[in-house]
Each structure stands twice: as structure tokens, then as C-alpha cells.
Design a binder for this molecule. Sequence first.
Ligand SMILES: [Zn+2]
Length: 286
Amino acid sequence: MSLHPCDLCGETRTIEVPHCREYTGGQPIDICARCGFVYVRERRSAREIAETWSKELYGSGYTARWPAVKARHAYVAEFADASIGLAGKALCDIGAGEGQFLALVRATPYEARVFGIEPSEANGRLLAGLAIEHFTGTIEEYVATRQGGDPCFDVVTILWTLENCQSLRAMLATAHDILAGGRHVVVATGSRILVPYKKPLHYYLGKNPADTHAFRFSANTLRGALAVSGFETVEMNRFIDSDYLCAIGRWADRSKEIPWPGDDPEGVADFFARWHEDTRRFYVHT
Ligand SMILES: [Zn+2]
């Protein structure tokens, strides 16, 4: 385990998410005392977290073939295509999973040229079965194997994945490195906060190892994660009445500072306190 400062602003002071340990089996989740970002401070290595996902959490019944997962992939494909256009673009999905999103955007009407990076070997076999060009391993391992002349991508997608990695900075830095200048990263997450609750708190804060879900984003802090990684947010979906938060960042020169607002830390703590109160009052806590 290593102890991490705020991934967005570097602050080490935090406020603990009120009541979180009642839902996580005693594991803390923190709110940055400066920018309001919600994150898990103690994390294992990127490899260990990826292995927990591959061997334990994916093995426990999750599949991209669930209707809800198909629906969110379709939503992102439509949103990205409408915003930046996908036809003919070289698109890389970081955390490609079972390849369902890539198979979708490869087909008509999107017709992107697709590539996947995926740590799970079982999923790698599924990608091969779909004839999707891919790399089996973590993003760090992928970057280490790249040659200087390797092609850059037009679009990098990180879908329901950024919240589950060990270092969002490393993941977004990889996206920046493999994108051609001025091109786009698409980030989507269901772990959105400062919006109407979509479910009781015990469905949102579970007992899985806390570092398998190290980040929870508001629109402001997702914008911040992109900004500190060299991406200017150019599109944001109507997250307030959707289950998803989806942002599109445009590659910018890293030497340029991109402003981002952050959240009020006390307000974020209050949001969780009220969510806890509603959960306690209206739902049986199982
Ligand atoms: Zn911060």
C-alpha cells in the first residue's frame, strides 16, 4: 500500500466522506480539503489492482452483455460521434474489456478503426475472437512496448475505467502520449457525484477493496482531471438527467495551464451526509 495526495491538486489534507466506513467494511474514502476531489488515499500497485479486477471482480458475474452496459456503450458512441465524428478515425479504447464498445464503433454507422488495451487475458481472447487488434497488459506495459514510429490515435476512449485505475494521472498521461496533437479523449463514468442520487448509498459504496474504485467525479473534478493532464474539456453531456458523466477533452500543449474550478469540500461532505440520511431512512441496508 502507498499513500497518495490528491491526484488533481497535490493537497494532502482531507476530510473523510461521512459514514463511508459503514458501507465499505471500514475502509476510508477521502475528500480533498482544497479542491473537493473524492479519492482513496491508500492504494496497492497498478498491477495488483488490475489483477483484482481481472481475477475476482470480473469473474463474479459482470459482463458487458448486460442490457445496461450495452445501453451506456450506445450512449457514448452516439455522444462521441455527434461531438467529434468517429468515421475513419483511429480509436483506442483503454480498458477495452470484452470488446463490445470497439465492435460497436467499428461497425456502421460509426466506422472507426479500432484498437484496444486490456489487462485481462480472458478478455484479450475475446478481443481476438472479434478480430480486434489489441494489446493484452496494463497501459504502463503498453507504453513500454511502443516504438518511436508507432502511429498515434485520433480518439482515445476511457469508459467506466478511469475510476477503477490506480493512477488517473498515469492513465490520462498515456492517453495524451498516444494521441495526435489536437485530438480527443473521451471519458465516461457512472461514479458521478453532486447530482441526484440514482441509487441508495450501499449500492454506490461497496465492500470491494476500496482501491479498485479510487476516484469519484463531479463535472468539475472530471474537468480538473482532464485539465491537469493536458486536456481542455470541449464537450460535457447532460449529466444531470443521465446516469452517466461523459466528457470530451481536446489535447493541448502540457506547458499551457488550463483552468478548472474544483468543488467546495464541505459541500461534497454534506452531499454524502444527505445521501446517507436518505438511504438510512428509505432503504433497507443489506
Ligand atoms: Zn485536490
